[in-house]
Design a protein around this ligand. Sequence first.
Ligand SMILES: [Mg+2]
Length: 292
Amino acid sequence: MKSYYFIVNPIAGGGKAKSLVHQIERNFRDSGAEFKIYHTRGPRDAIEAASRAAEEGFDIVVAAGGDGTVNEVLNGLVGSNACLAAIHGGKGNDFASAVAMPKGIDQACEALLKSDIRAIDLGKVMDRYFINSVGVGFDAAVALRVNRGVRPFKGTSAYIYAFFEILFSYEPVEMEIDMGSGLLKSDPLLVAVGIGQAYGGGMRIVPDAIQDDGLFDICIFDRMNRLGLVYHFPKVFSGKLKNVEQAHMFRAKEVKLQLSDVRPMHLEGEICFSDHMHFTLEPKGMNVLFGN
Ligand SMILES: [Mg+2]
């Protein structure tokens, strides 16, 4: 039987992850599996905790939080033998959805105990690993605006507010995009690089992405007038972005971006700034637990 280490982010999802702890304990006590629960104490603590759990020999390290917690746990586990798992415990749970983890905690615990482990591709950019999707440009600027707080708005309404505010202020920059088949020059609104299909809580920015095909799915979204953007934006949730003329989809094993000015990048909960980004992929570089 596998051993489990839960890394709970007590502030994720406004306390959602923390509220699940009792049910996790009940399910796992009944199962007889070895398990331990750890509550994180601040930003980046989950990286250290995951690394310790792997060193202690736990088989499966479970991120109980949102995508930011998943990313920290991932970064603590890379290079170890431990397997990454995630439960829906945050505002954005795109990785948990990507690995088909059930939303209900009892069903999620059942899936964890069944331990269906598969290797999927592992991405790296700016010395940080990622397992799902990353965005550069407009989308990152919106995420940054939400992170800075848009009181009194919360949750989805905060995103909608930030979307409209950034819509009127974001200036695209020139980019040289190298995906291994010649240089592409453009001034897109955003570039998304994905292993999984969605980010930002269900926004399917690369709706055909396959997690273990050894390739990134890339969306280069051309600049568009504001009205067009408002009109087409909902299509990102329904997976119909491919029907939008301005959305260009590519596949590549490596992506280099050179920007004419610094722009934000959102990396699964973390916002970084740079004028160049180099994305590399390690095929099937990470063992993850699937929900079904
Ligand atoms: Mg892929």
